[in-house]
Each structure stands twice: as C-alpha cells, then as structure tokens.
Ligand binder design. Structure first.
Ligand code: GLU
Length: 370
C-alpha cells in the first residue's frame, strides 16, 4: 500500500510547522496496516512548505533556487518528524529521495525498485519525496501525485491512496457549482473523466485534480487501485476503511507487463512520431510500427528512448521505445523496411517500434502532461 500526503495536510498553514497531532494519527493508521501484514510506503510532500517558513521567504510563487533552498531546509525537518514519530513506536524509517530520472531511465528505475524491495523486506517504512534540492525546472516531477503513482508501479503496490484537501472527484468544481456530482468509482479514464480535472483551491501543494488523474492512469495500468480522499481529519486511513468518501479508480482487468507499465508511465517522452491511417490500423490489430507508416517526427530522440505515437490529428494513441534516432527515423520514414540498409548504411530493426515495446492507450485517453 502506498499512501501519499500533501503539503496542505502536513504543514499547519498558520505556524508553518508540521501538523504533529494529525501526523501521529496518520502514523497510527499506517502502523495498524503493518500489524495486519501489509507493506506500507509513505510518499510525503511538505519539504518546500516547511523550509520556506523557516527561511522567511515571502508568500507567493518561489523562484527555482528558492524552492531548492527551501526543500533542503524543510526535508531535514520532515525527516526528523518521521524519525521521532516512527522510532518512538519501534519502526525503522528510511528516507528515499527520488528524481524524475530515477523513474524515467529504465536502469535507474530498476535500481530504485530493488532498494524499495530491500527496505520493505527488512521491515523498514520507506518515506519518499522528490529530491527537490537538485531537481531543476525541466527535470522534475513537480508534484507528488505522479511521483506516488510511479512509486506504486515500481513497488508493485495493490493500492495507492492520495490524501488531499479534496474528498474525491466531482463532475464539476463543487466550490463553484452546487450541482456538482461526486464520482465514487471510475472504471475507465475517459475524456469525460479527464475533463473533470480542474485545479484545486489549495495554494500549498502543487498537484491539482489534473495531476491526480494522470497519477490514476499510471496506477491503474499497473494493476493498482487508486483512491482520492480528504486527509485533514484525524486517522484519515481508518476513516476510509469505515466508509468515508473516496473516489476509487479501478485497475485494468489484466495489467500489462512490467516493461509496458514502465513505458506507459513515462512522464516525459523524448519526442513523437506521427503515423498514417494504415499504420494506425496495424497498431490497433496488435502489430508493430514500421517506418513505412510514419509521416513525421517531432523532437530529438535516440534509439532506446520512449516516444509518443500520434495520429494525424495529433492524438496520442500509443507510446513506445524507438529503435532509431530522430535523424535516422526521418530518413527511413515512408520507406519499406527492406530499404533501411540502403538508406542508412547499416541493417537495423525492421520495425521503428516493435510491438513488445509499444503500449496502446485506450480510445481517446490522452496524456495532458505532454
Ligand atoms: N516535493 C514537494 C515538497 O516536498 C511537494 C510536491 C507536491 O506538493 O506535490 O515540498
């Protein structure tokens, strides 16, 4: 089980300090899960919110260097709070700070996964955050919702709970529209569901409903249930078990292979290839993408990078690991595979993206993060 807590819950907005009484009740909930034999990982925000107060930074958006500095100051306070609370209850806490590259590069992803597995098998409770001190504007998650989903995927979790300042998904913003309907269960993330993700009113955390829906997509494709629930009450996990309001995203019936989960969850594809109608039909039939069906490329990518596959009208239909760089792809696109050697001077793969390296998205579900 992976539980993610947002800054708005953890940090008291009046004092800028850790909301300790509340945190104790969360920790008690997590420990009861462990007593039942469940393995628990906590993804905790709060570093920047805690550090900015300590450094007396002015309210409002921070410059990158300021948030990096605030995170350095805040993370140590956060870790201290967890150490005190957990070790007081005889549980060893482990701090893991991840960067975007730890999930986007396959080797680093496998490495981080092995570390988490070892920590869990040794009985520690991993507390994870983004390594905000070294994360730069381009290379960062920026929100812990997607980070938590990648952690859930990486650790093979059955369930991810995002504790937030909202109690779930509504058909419209409940603060503005009295007719907004609460959505208790989501079986498929359709364009209608995606359209429901507005921004949250919270000014402390950085993830709104949009990032939660992106997180849900990553989680469900990994066969993991995901819940969004309000976390501000004491004992927020126990409350969910007792029936408190929570939107549940149900996992795909047959989770895709671990390699495909990783491809689907990539947060920043290196580039994109646009395909024609014939190639689209081939992909929908479960076949590979051949150079012949490609009509354009976008961005710079190398062989082995993950790229988006776009239909002629720009919708993202799939993602996959590409077998040629963007330069080579441009030269062989529209051509038969038998011609590759003559054009490039070497014999590479017949496919631009092999079907084993390709994940098709369900109809219409697009990645708003691109
Ligand atoms: N990693 C950031 C922090 O610890 C928070 C990101 C978020 O709120 O989602 O301050």
């Amino acid at each position: 089980m992976v539980v993610k807590v947002g800054s708005a819950l953890l940090v008291d907005s009046r004092t800028g300090r850790v909301n300790r009484t509340w945190l104790e009740t969360l920790i008690e909930d997590l420990l009861s899960l462990r007593e039942r034999g469940q393995q628990v990982i906590l993804v905790s925000s709060g570093a920047i919110a805690l550090g900015r107060r300590q450094l007396a930074l002015a309210p409002g958006p921070l410059r990158l260097e300021e948030s990096q500095a605030a995170a350095a100051v805040g993370q140590i306070r956060l870790a201290h709070a967890y150490k005190e609370l957990l070790e007081g209850r005889a549980v060893t806490v482990a701090q893991v700070l991840l960067t975007l590259e730890d999930s986007e590069r396959r080797r680093r992803y496998l490495n981080a996964r092995a570390t988490l597995e070892t920590l869990l098998s040794l009985g520690a409770l991993p507390v994870i955050n983004e390594n905000d001190t070294v994360a730069t504007a381009e290379i960062r998650y920026g929100d812990n919702d997607r980070l938590a989903a990648r952690v859930a995927q990486m650790s093979g979790a059955d369930c991810l709970i995002l504790l937030s300042d909202v109690d779930g998904l509504y058909s419209a913003d409940p603060n503005k529209d009295p007719g907004a309907r609460f959505i208790a269960e989501v079986h498929e993330i359709t364009p209608e569901i995606e359209a429901m993700g507005g921004r949250s009113a919270s000014d402390v955390g950085s993830g709104g409903m949009t990032t939660k829906l992106l997180a849900a997509r990553i989680a469900v494709s990994a066969g993991c249930h995901m819940g969004i629930a309000a976390g501000h009450h004491h004992h927020p996990i126990r409350r969910i078990e007792q029936g408190a309001r929570c939107t549940w995203f149900l996992p795909a019936a047959t989770p895709v292979t671990a390699r495909k989960q990783w491809i689907a969850g990539t947060l920043r594809p290196a580039g994109a290839v646009t395909i024609d109608g014939g190639a689209l039909r081939a992909l929908l039939d479960g076949r590979s993408l051949l150079p012949a069906g490609v009509i354009a490329t976008r961005g710079q990518f190398e062989r082995g990078d993950t790229v988006s596959v776009l239909t002629p009208d720009g919708a993202e239909i799939a993602r996959g690991i590409v077998a040629y760089s963007d330069g080579d792809a441009v030269r062989i696109m529209g051509r038969k595979s038998a011609e590759i050697q003559g054009i490039l001077g070497f014999r590479g793969r017949d496919e631009l993206i092999h079907r084993d390296d390709l994940v098709l998205f369900t109809r219409g579900a697009s990645h708003a993060c691109l």
